[in-house]
Design a protein around this ligand. Structure first.
Ligand SMILES: [Zn+2]
Length: 311
């Protein structure tokens, strides 16, 4: 009996009928938070990693090395090490989280290079090197010549661009959530989390439907999340959403074997455009309007409030 139970739980979950793949990506490591509190950052990293392990979810983390000196450098680096110890790959998210629209191609590439040394050093003992790149704000360069220069540099330096097809603006919920925790306002904390999960459900559904409009089938999705306390507290709820939408978390490598990701990205746009929208422009298709709304007005107002308070 024990042996059978052990076998059942230790086997990888077989794909259920109509189950599609999803890759989970976490940006802004070591953390995105308004609280300058190293213990808070350490805790949320631990809880995200514990949650991913509990659900056997692969993931990829994207580092801003510029954040290392914002708190205690050694403990910030220890947080990155925890992700690698958990078997999760780390990618580059630039040093300072600037937009290519602000920097231009040359300075933007310099900012990518500046974001490499610590992560490269941490990957070395694993026999690995930096191979994933995620653009801050999903801004990939404008005009087209800037994008081409950046794309060309990334490709000759062994980087693959990590696209995004599910973006639930989690950062906008995460900062008011931090603020609610700081103020010990548990009721508000609960409300924000409930709104976040409801909004995320609508965004996941929209991305699935948009994938079907573009490719006439369920494509593997790539979800953008941030390394936040909100997500640390939401892993079980996110897992429930993936079950509800029949999505099975896989590695970014695995998800990107989906032929959808061979679609060229030739869109040079000033806005941070997700990859479904890029493909829609390329294929001259309209994506569903329903489900393509911004986060709730009270969350946007709460974000602006928290952001103003910090200035
Ligand atoms: Zn970011």
């Amino acid at each position: 009996m024990w042996a059978i139970t052990f076998l059942l739980v230790s086997q990888p979950v077989a794909a259920r009928p109509h189950e599609a793949r999803i890759a989970l990506t976490f940006d802004d490591l070591p953390a995105l938070t308004i609280l300058n509190d190293q213990a808070y950052v350490d805790y949320l990293n631990l809880m995200i990693l514990r949650g991913l392990k509990r659900h056997h979810f692969p993931a990829t983390g994207f580092v801003n090395e510029g954040k290392l000196d914002e708190l205690q450098r050694d403990r910030q680096i220890a947080n990155l090490q925890r992700w690698l110890d958990a078997g999760i790959d780390l990618g580059n998210h630039t040093y300072s989280h600037e937009s290519p629209n602000a920097l231009g191609a040359e300075a933007y590439i310099a900012d990518i290079v500046r974001g490499e040394p610590v992560t490269t050093g941490l990957l070395r003992p694993y026999g690995r090197r930096l191979r994933w790149f995620r653009h801050p704000y999903l801004e990939t360069g404008f005009p087209a010549s800037v994008k081409r220069t950046i794309d060309g540099w990334l490709s000759t330096h062994g980087y693959r661009i990590a696209p995004v097809t599910i973006d639930a603006d989690d950062w906008e919920f995460a900062e008011p959530y931090d603020d609610a925790i700081a103020r010990k306002d548990v009721a508000r904390q609960r409300r924000i989390k409930a709104e976040y999960l409801a909004y995320t459900a609508r965004r996941i559904e929209w991305s699935i439907r948009s994938g079907r409009v573009l490719f006439r089938r369920d494509i593997a999705q790539v979800m953008l999340l941030h390394c936040t306390r909100l997500n640390a507290d939401s892993i079980d709820d996110l897992a429930a959403l993936f079950r509800r939408f029949r999505l099975r978390p896989v590695s970014l490598d695995r998800a990107m074997r989906d032929p959808a990701y061979r679609t060229p990205d030739t869109i040079a746009d000033k806005e941070g455009t997700d990859w479904l929208e890029r493909w829609a422009i390329l294929k001259h298709r309209d994506l569903p309007e329903a489900g393509d709304e911004d986060p709730p007005a009270d969350i946007q107002a709460a974000y602006d409030q928290v952001d103003n308070d910090r200035r």
